[in-house]
Design a protein around this ligand. Structure first.
Ligand code: ADP
Length: 413
């Protein structure tokens, strides 16, 4: 018998068997019957023309009909159905046809099924990729919204806190003027110092919040001036002298090639960034530890390193600590202080430092084997800063032309 004739002959048996086996329930069976019928007609055309693309429209319809949960679970429901369809076609052929006709039929439909498997697999994969990327987009949108809310919160809270804080500072100063302090260490003096310390700390936090919201909104304006890294580091080292002594730390600032060279940058902001790194090194290093500030000159850049022998940071947190509120560990265990051991703050120092370094065209990263408060593996923060022989703004360049020329002359000599 001709293969097309065979196909037409077994159609009723094929349809009955498949609809019975594959569709449960009368309602579903009706819909499924129509689908099977359409598939079978296209199967006949495929065999007749030798072109399996005839099946594609039905297969496309099946791929499109997949539910969200099937997509979430990455199930290939269509391959399973095709698998069963092929097995049942084989059963129907064996039961209803002579051996040679059955073989002829299977030989004719097998390439069509092979194509159907390949086609649906590739369509399903494409559909999966689309589904996953749309889920990623949704997740990214919601992360961006969350980050924006965080940013807005910081900015609003900082501005709301500024006014009462200014009032407390003002009244504190007035109180100090009115009260007579008889001798140092007097009870009134201690109380006033307490108010001063509290307001100063609060002012630092509010200022950090304002800085973070400026960085978030690309509003950090840099004031480019000539600067010398060694001088900045000297000032910071001097500032920490007392606490370093108190906590028996060794803070070494090594001279390195390039540190004595003039470069253009924002003195105040870079001072703030480097101070944050050194104050963190102090905070997260137990008493008796060592902090080393070093660096090297690279073509067009200087690389500064702040290395400590402290508690270290787990590699999985190396990126997170540069995000706002990215402090790690149990917040209830943090004592609040700028230089006490583990005296954590709100987790804004490193995002500000990163913002300042990046605004200068530099990068910052950390290296540390891990976090271990017993063995103290330490951490090393790297700051890569471009050396600028001229400020980016032409007006400022004109202002400093004389000092640039003097510096160039010194280099020549
Ligand atoms: P914080 O105000 O909490 O110090 P930072 O933004 O300066 O905030 O630092 C974020 C977190 O990074 C800290 O809470 C701390 O867990 C970790 N960290 C920063 N510097 C160091 C360091 N030198 N050694 C170990 N951990 C550090």
């Amino acid at each position: 018998m001709d293969v097309l004739e065979i196909l037409k002959t077994i159609y009723p048996a094929w349809l009955g068997r498949l609809s019975h086996q594959l569709a449960r329930g009368e309602g579903i069976r009706q819909v499924f019957l129509a689908q099977l019928n359409s598939f079978y007609q296209r199967l006949i055309q495929t065999v007749e023309t030798g072109n399996p693309a005839w099946l594609d429209p039905v297969l496309d319809e099946w791929v499109r009909a997949r539910t969200e949960s099937e997509l979430d679970e990455h199930e290939s429901s269509i391959s399973t159905v095709l698998d069963k369809m092929l097995a049942l076609t084989y059963d129907v052929a064996v039961e209803n046809l002579e051996g040679s006709d059955a073989l002829q039929l299977l030989g004719a439909v097998l390439p069509a099924f092979t194509h159907a498997f390949q086609y649906t697999t590739s369509q399903e994969t494409a559909q999966h990729i689309e589904h996953i990327s749309s889920q990623l987009n949704l997740a990214r949108d919601s992360m961006e919204r969350l980050d924006k809310s965080k940013s807005d919160f910081i900015s609003i809270a900082a501005h709301e806190l500024k006014t009462p804080l200014t009032l407390i500072e003002g009244y504190g100063a007035m109180l100090r003027e009115r009260l007579t302090i008889t001798e140092p260490g007097d009870q009134t003096e201690i109380l006033l110092r307490g108010i001063d310390n509290g307001t100063r700390r609060l002012r630092e936090i509010v200022d950090d919040m304002i800085d973070v919201s400026m960085i978030d909104n690309d509003m950090l304006a840099l004031n480019f001036q000539p600067l010398w890294t060694n001088r900045l580091l000297e000032v910071i080292q001097h500032e920490f002298n007392e606490i370093v002594e108190e906590r028996h730390l060794d803070l070494e600032v090594r001279p390195f090639p390039g540190s004595r060279e003039m470069t253009f940058g924002d003195n105040e902001r870079l001072y703030q960034a480097l101070r944050n790194l050194i104050s963190n090194a102090i905070k997260y290093t137990p008493d008796g530890g060592k902090i080393t500030v070093d660096g090297r000159q690279l073509p067009g850049f200087i690389e500064l390193t702040v290395q400590d022998t402290g508690i270290g940071i787990d590699p999985e947190n190396h990126a997170r600590i540069f995000e706002k509120f990215g402090r790690v560990g149990n917040s209830s265990l943090h004592s609040s202080g700028k230089t006490k051991f583990k005296g954590g703050g709100p987790g804004l120092g490193l995002p500000i430092t990163k913002g300042i370094v990046e605004a200068h065209g530099g990068t910052i990263w950390v290296e540390s084997e891990g976090h271990d408060e017993i063995n103290c593996p330490g951490a090393t923060f790297h700051v890569l800063l471009p050396i600028r022989k001229e400020p980016p703004d032409e007006k400022i360049a004109r202002l400093f032309r004389a000092s640039i020329e003097a510096e160039n002359l010194e280099e020549l000599i």
